[in-house]
Design a protein around this ligand. Structure first.
Ligand code: ATP
Ligand code: MG
Length: 174
């Protein structure tokens, strides 16, 4: 699966609507400290269903919404749209939106879906919020310094086994 386009609005420091086109191959994000490089990677994880406060560097779910500055009022929602193409050329549009006091809502190709449906879609494509294709700041140093049990978890993620756990949990609940 290849991410083609990302649209952000009110997400963390991306207060004004911003659209990014991602070209094939390896993508690096460069810019001065605090310009929003890590926020961009977090937006990709977030739209894929990530909720862990640690991955999102946030205390609560609503912390991803633009919190305002001395000169700009806070926003009351955050939205990220990811446009991707899978290996068979099928187009995929995923939207996640969070409103203050109203929680998150997801859309998959224009249909309202559950968070679980989004997670399964990415797990089936062997990608997702924990994909080894998304390399965040400090991750390489973390792999080197990791304890064996932690490293095992990273290797499971890299091998794509972590994605299978999502489907197994889902099957076990039925
Ligand atoms: P570095 O090079 O230091 O890693 P970076 O480019 O990765 O920097 P980020 O960590 O992505 O920068 O962005 C940090 C900025 O995002 C900070 O200025 C922070 O105030 C801002 N920010 C984070 N969350 C919010 C929010 N909810 N509302 C407004 N601004 C936010
Ligand atoms: Mg950073």
């Amino acid at each position: 699966m290849q991410i083609k386009k990302l649209r952000l609005s009110g997400f963390k420091s991306f207060v004004e609507p911003a659209e990014l086109h991602i070209e094939p191959g390896l993508t690096g994000v460069v810019g001065p400290n605090g310009c929003g490089k890590s926020n961009l990677l977090e937006a990709i994880r977030w739209v894929m269903g990530e909720n862990s406060p640690k991955s999102m560097r946030s205390g609560g779910m609503e912390d991803v919404i633009f919190a305002g500055t001395a000169t700009r009022p806070a926003r009351d929602f955050a939205e990220v749209v990811l446009h991707a193409e899978d290996d068979r050329g099928e187009q995929l549009d995923v939207t996640r939106r969070i409103e203050r006091g109203a929680g998150s809502a997801y859309r998959l190709n224009g249909r309202d879906v559950r968070a679980k449906d989004v997670a399964l879609t990415f797990a089936d494509a062997a990608t997702g919020a924990h994909s080894p294709a998304l390399v965040s700041q400090g991750k390489i140093a973390q792999v080197i310094a990791a304890k064996p049990t932690e490293r095992r978890q990273m290797l499971e993620e890299a091998a794509g086994i972590a994605g299978l756990h999502v489907r197994r949990r889902d099957a076990e609940q039925k």
